[in-house]
Design a protein around this ligand. Structure first.
Ligand SMILES: *Cc1c(COP(=O)(O)O)cnc(C)c1O
Length: 449
């Protein structure tokens, strides 16, 4: 190490000591498993009850009660719950949904299976959720629904979105895959729109193995979701009379039943879930409180005094203000924080879906045209430049560590690492390689310990 470096801030990336020294222990281990989870899952195995629905129906009843909604329906994964939600609200051939471009693909792509298509709207650069001000310009006579994602745990602006939907007679589908149990102004996210889909796969905040859930207060939407992919429950006594004639076979040709090892684990997980999320929120709010006013760093979090919260803080991110750090790239920033010994720090988020070939060129069903526009009367594809916030957002966000426990001594070290790098950003600019052009990922899934 040169003497010149030593007299500077001693950033670890320049040879100084690491800021994070305490062992992480089980700080990042998720889901938390107890002998109760193990016993519930092993019982399903021993009774060879994997393909039944009795445990799943108990899980559904408990989930509906927890959510304060009339109906919950279990699925084999979150993707199929969203497809069934789309079918549930009546989306069919040539219909359009509006969806944020920054989300996991399953918020939008399943619409192709119904002969429908998607128009993407931009996100708000601070909430990272659908920008209500960018919805109305995308509405056409063919628009049927708005898909809202409570992205990375942040509750989307539901008052504004519901007002637009009601004005135009549109359905609202909430994708709650990042925000199970979260609140928007005192109301559970997932109970505000017409229907909601939830991923419960093992990387998510409510993690039950592989699984999904659909909730709604609307009997007909629920019945349509049953008819679509739950043939064993689709009988001639289904309350929605128009569905009775085809009872017995799944209308979608799909089979969506939840694996009962998952539903058994889900029942156990749900009992501790709110308590565990409250501790996660305490930890992450404490982390961000330490960083208030640090240049370049803005929390991606909601003000809890409004009655809203960040649920289980799935995939937590910060907003990055490079201009406050003399133009330091987020890539170099994250490298330097990681070098301080901080785990779970990195660049990017989901990459703008409207720029992917699946939404531009792919002719999936051999219609001689890109599937995106094959059933449309106009070319609704969206070129680069059309959704500027979504296109640049990868350069303006970074992952923060997903603490599962409130351990101030550990969190203090992490916050100190972020602060140290931000306050000494000037020393890093000389070797800044800059950001690669394509920050973020299409299929973003961070493996968890
Ligand atoms: C994970 C995820 C899904 C899909 O859920 P699976 O259970 O993986 O099928 C849908 N939407 C969002 C926003 C997700 O993150």
């Amino acid at each position: 190490m040169s003497t010149q470096t030593a007299t500077l801030s001693e950033l670890a990336i320049l040879g100084g000591p690491k800021t994070v020294t305490l062992p992480e222990g089980d700080m990042f281990t998720w889901p938390i498993l107890t002998p109760e989870d193990e016993a519930a899952v092993v019982d399903v195995l021993r009774t060879r009850n994997m393909s039944g629905t009795d445990i799943t129906q108990k899980f559904e009843a408990e989930f509906a009660e927890w959510m304060g909604v009339k109906h919950a329906l279990g699925f084999n994964n979150g993707t199929s719950s969203l497809l069934a939600a789309m079918f549930g609200v009546g989306i069919g051939h040539g219909d359009e949904i509006i969806c944020p471009s920054i989300t996991y693909w399953a918020s939008a792509l399943p619409v192709y299976s119904l002969g429908g298509t998607v128009v993407f709207a931009d996100i708000d650069p601070l909430t990272l959720c659908l920008d209500p001000a960018d919805i109305e310009r995308h509405i056409t006579p063919r628009t049927k629904a708005i898909v809202v994602v409570h992205y990375l745990g942040y509750p989307a602006d539901m008052d504004a979105i519901m007002a637009i939907a009601n004005k135009h007679g549109l359905k609202v589908i909430e994708d709650v895959s990042h925000a199970q149990g979260g609140l928007y102004k005192g109301r559970k996210v997932g109970s505000i729109g017409h229907v909601s889909g939830y991923s419960l796969m093992c990387g998510k905040s409510l993690a039950i193995g592989e699984g999904g859930m659909l909730t709604t207060n609307d009997q007909e939407i629920y019945d349509r979701a049953v008819a679509f992919g739950h043939y064993e429950r689709y009988s001639e006594s289904i309350p929605t009379v128009s569905l009775r004639a085809s009872a017995g076979l799944p209308l979608g040709g799909f089979k969506n039943r939840m694996h009962q090892m998952s539903s058994a684990m889900g029942r156990v997980q749900l009992r501790s879930y709110d308590k565990r999320c409250a501790e996660i929120r305490k930890a992450l709010n404490y982390f961000w409180d330490q960083l208030e006013g640090v240049p370049g760093l803005v929390a991606h979090r909601v003000d809890e005094s409004t009655g809203s919260n960040m649920a289980g803080w799935y995939g937590g991110h910060g907003i990055y203000r490079s201009e406050e750090l003399g133009g330091l790239s987020v890539t170099q920033f994250c490298r330097a924080v990681s070098a301080e010994g901080a785990l779970g720090v990195g660049t990017g988020c989901n990459k703008a879906l409207h720029t992917h070939p699946a939404f531009n060129e792919a002719d999936i069903y051999h219609q001689g045209k890109p599937t995106r526009i094959a059933n449309s009367t106009r070319d609704l594809r969206q070129p680069i430049g059309s959704l500027p916030v979504s296109e640049r957002i990868g350069h303006e966000v970074y992952f923060i560590p997903w603490f599962k426990h409130f351990r101030p001594e550990v969190i203090d070290e992490y916050a100190a690492a972020f602060r140290k790098v931000a306050e000494n950003a000037g020393e890093l600019r000389a070797d800044d390689p800059g950001d690669p052009p394509n920050l973020g990922g299409w299929n973003f899934f961070r493996s968890v310990k």
